[in-house]
Write a protein of this length. Structure first.
Length: 138
């Protein structure tokens, strides 16, 4: 799921993580919250959606949702916290102001992080059910 996020950054925003490493900064995973819903079977094609749901001077929280290929069934929901660090010192770093403005511009605002992962999963189930109903009607 994290590899998919890196692909999304490259494909949608032309953000290449190795470029940051060359500048002496990167992000490390400092927390995962995950809810598994259905198994992803061996060789099964899945759809992975990701979004930045919170950003601060030195941390990012990314939501990643794994669906079946038709985006009808949720397989897993992941919230990952990344901390921005200086590679040389290993200490927390502050995002560059220009990049931080970019982050604020792509942060989605409809996810209520304070409500928690299970509440978010319930919201995603409602959205998936609406898609399923629309497919049935059409």
């Amino acid at each position: 799921m994290l590899n998919a996020r890196e692909d999304h950054l490259r494909d949608e925003y032309q953000v290449l993580l190795p470029d940051f490493a060359k500048q002496g900064v990167t992000w490390v995973t400092t927390n995962h919250e995950i809810q598994y819903v259905r198994p992803a079977l061996y060789s099964e094609r899945v759809c992975i959606q990701s979004a930045l749901i919170e950003s601060s001077e030195s941390q990012l929280i990314v939501e990643i949702v794994m669906y079946d290929e038709s985006i009808q069934q949720i397989k897993a929901l992941l919230w990952t916290t990344f901390t921005h660090i200086n590679i040389k010192t290993g200490r927390k770093a502050v995002h560059d102001p220009e990049f931080f403005r970019f982050l604020k511009g792509i942060t989605v605002t409809h996810v209520n992080k304070a409500a928690g992962l299970k509440a978010r999963l319930a919201e995603l189930f409602v959205e998936a059910n609406k898609r399923n109903e629309n497919d049935f009607i059409n």
